[in-house]
Design a protein around this ligand. Sequence first.
Ligand code: FES
Length: 508
Amino acid sequence: MNAERVSQGSYWLETAPAGAPAPPPDADVSVDVAVVGGGIAGLSTAWELARRGREIAVLEAGRLAAGVTGHTTVKLTALHTLIYDHLRRTRGPEGARLYAQSQNAAIRHAEAIVDELDIDCDWEEAAAFTYTENPQSVQELCAEAEAAREAGLPAEFVTETELPYPVAGAVRVSGQAQFHPRKYLLALADGLRRRGASVYEGTRVVGLTEGSPCTLTTEAGVSVRARKVVIATHYPVFDRALLFARLSPRRELVVAGVIDEERAPRSMYITPEQSTRSVRTAPLSDGRRLLIVTGEHFTPGTADVEERFERLSAWAKARFPEVTLTHRWATQDNDSTDSVPLVGPLRPGSHHTYVATGFGGWGLSGGIMAGRLLSDLVAGRAVEWSGLYDPRRVASVVREGGAFLKHQAEVVRHFVGDRIPPLTGLAPDDIARGDGAVVRTGTGQCAVHRDEHGQLHAVSASCTHLGCVVAFNRAEKAWECPCHGSRFAPDGQVLQGPAVKPLKKRDL
Ligand code: FES
């Protein structure tokens, strides 16, 4: 891919620009419920509560729907690759049924909101497929079709799709949807404001004191008091139950390009293999469609991202030779160790604080589901599927101890291994323009970036979350932490949590 002619940003952000940022609070605030995070989980929760008459404040560190939600591939489906066969084995048929019911209800709920608020967000009903080109994976897909059907979804095993290349088999679920996430969420935020909610952007929350009421503190020192607090920051910035031990960060790449209408698939596709490929299209204003291909996932800070973009682009061009690539971007999500999101009370014994995280790449249906679940919990209502998603669950985590231990071993490796000085360490003079590296200095390990003008910028290499050593992502010009996925700009500013503090500046 010729990177110079390809936009390096998300298509969703480019085609639904927000207006002027909503200013942060300039004085202390008191509300019923404070929602930290303005992505799909946070805004959906705020919306559900506002329509029930609650006084709401949404506190977003950056811009609304511009983080993970602004970079997704936007498949709104209850078919999450191979989840149902996994769930019926690990949580039983009832667990699989509750999962299907809650995720499918989220799609229908979003559809009703689009109708109610008359949102122009390119909503399209579409079928979702999990497919394979590998004959050896067909058995798995047959089992998934059966499990998804048992769980209550309109699922079937098929061997034909509209893709322009043969597949060995696929699970098909009809009645799913795709849409423009920013158009949807910016309209939802407008609806929130009309209902009297306060929506703050550029407002990073750095402190939480639980109580009656709870008190949040912003970076600027403003206090927000709230009877209930919802942490919907993707990776929880307040992690009183040590959920980080049960979450693995995963970064994933996206390439997109223009394709003629008659050659564009209308359904949504994903492969179950290790290096997943996901395909969908979106309508363009000139009648053609945007082909969106996702894949190449990796742990932040551990991959040659440029090489992976090349590989994904080559795959897209080989399968869709007529596509002209126009965009590329990356997204990030967290996988929970038992593959089920963590949505509910923030920690054992908490009565006023809630969390939503661990959507494993399925944050759209998951975020809308979380909004409904958390708003019911805040209102004190019983919800049939709350036990399935309860972050305090232990049985399934114990059952899936292998995934838990594997993740912890990785984290320990970075905690310990990355602190050992490399045998052939780089010096700042070795760093090319546009690149960055961790170098040893007299004061410890420094993360050094040389900008396109040749200027060096040095910050501490120690992540401000729990101290792992960051690594440079040259393709996206960011420092990334492999332990829990925090990301920082070259000057150390936080791009993505769980870290809430910037990397400290260093003199070389
Ligand atoms: Fe946890 Fe860096 S994100 S140590």
